[in-house]
Design a protein around this ligand. Structure first.
Ligand SMILES: Nc1ncnc2c1ncn2[C@@H]1O[C@H](COP(=O)(O)OP(=O)(O)OP(=O)(O)O)[C@@H](O)[C@H]1O
Ligand SMILES: [Mg+2]
Length: 293
């Protein structure tokens, strides 16, 4: 099973949201990382055949998805970034309704809806109206509807937005279990969402993939660019102006800084092993643009 993206481009006027992308997705979890406006949602909408590309194509097992039509939709699950809920529906009724739109049989839909409500921890509130739900609860319901038809291709646009840390862990486990023999693509701003479960990461910037590979491979690209040093806490505001600072931990009147920098930022700084969050900050920090971009 593969989803092949070939020279895919989407242009809005003079703005190129997706710029000549090519990639082949096979079974596994893909994390799509990128800052606001990078083109993640546009790419996902193209992959779901909701928008038509300006140029290029997407094919599933060699067949253009445009030509597959309903056959493609039957094997696709999608959580849009701005998902519209029906406030007066209960969670259960909403899933049954979505299942009927997807053309699932009632018997199958009922079992599947209940199992998914259990998995996203909404079973106890399944008969409550959606308008009484918190943001995180709605998001979990959105994840459940995307998985209803047991899709071969699951595309989730910022599925963890609004989830608390415990729910994030639960979500990661759900996706890991689900992803066997499936293609799962999820976008996020939160690096830890994909660091553990994604076999591959696609880093997107201005409509292009600037990195793709296994998490540890792409992290290597910033080897030697992450530093730590202990400084007097009073000097921190000044240093924050000058450097791209990832983390800081205050220890009395001293502060431990994690600095992302091409060159050694301070005499006392020691090079440390980078992680995915450092990579994200390296490419997406607005303050300190690396020279290579
Ligand atoms: N319908 C549209 N009409 C015109 N421009 C659009 C449209 N949708 C997106 N864009 C533009 O395309 C670019 C990519 O937007 P997109 O929503 O795909 O980014 P994103 O990576 O999903 O961002 P975010 O992290 O904020 O969700 C942006 O410059 C955006 O302004
Ligand atoms: Mg988006």
């Amino acid at each position: 099973m593969e989803l092949r993206i070939e020279n895919l481009t989407k242009q809005y006027g003079t703005n190129i949201a997706v710029n000549d992308l090519s990639a082949t997705l096979t079974c596994g979890v893909y994390g799509l990382l990128g800052a606001n406006g990078a083109g993640k949602t546009t790419l996902m909408r193209l992959l779901c055949d909701i928008q038509s590309p300006t140029a290029g194509s997407v094919s599933y097992d060699g067949m253009p998805i445009r030509e597959m039509g309903d056959r493609y939709r039957a094997l696709l699950g999608y959580l849009p970034q701005d998902f519209g809920y029906y406030p007066d529906f209960t969670a259960f009724r909403f899933l049954m309704y979505m299942a009927s739109i997807k053309g699932l049989s009632r018997g199958f839909a009922k079992d599947r809806a209940l199992a998914l409500l259990e998995e996203v921890d909404l079973i106890r509130v399944k008969d409550r109206k959606i308008k009484t739900f918190s943001g995180g609860m709605k998001q979990r319901l959105g994840i459940a509807q995307a998985m209803l038809g047991d899709p071969r291709v699951l595309i989730l646009d910022e599925p963890t937005a609004g989830l608390d840390p415990k729910e994030r862990v639960r979500f990661r486990n759900l996706i890991s279990t689900f992803s066997q023999n499936k293609i799962v693509l999820l976008s996020t701003h939160i690096v830890s969402d994909v660091e553990y479960i994604a076999g591959s990461i696609l880093v997107m910037k201005k409509g292009k993939f600037i990195h793709e590979g296994r998490p540890h491979e792409i992290i290597h690209s910033i080897d030697g660019k992450v530093w730590e040093c202990m400084v007097p806490s009073t000097t921190v505001p000044g240093l924050m102006e000058r450097f791209n600072i990832g983390n800081l931990r205050s220890e009395g009147d001293q502060t431990l800084l994690r600095i992302i920098s091409d060159e050694k930022p301070l005499e006392s700084a020691a090079s440390v092993v980078p992680n995915l969050e450092d990579l994200y900050l390296y490419y997406f920090s607005e303050e300190t643009q690396p020279a290579s971009l």
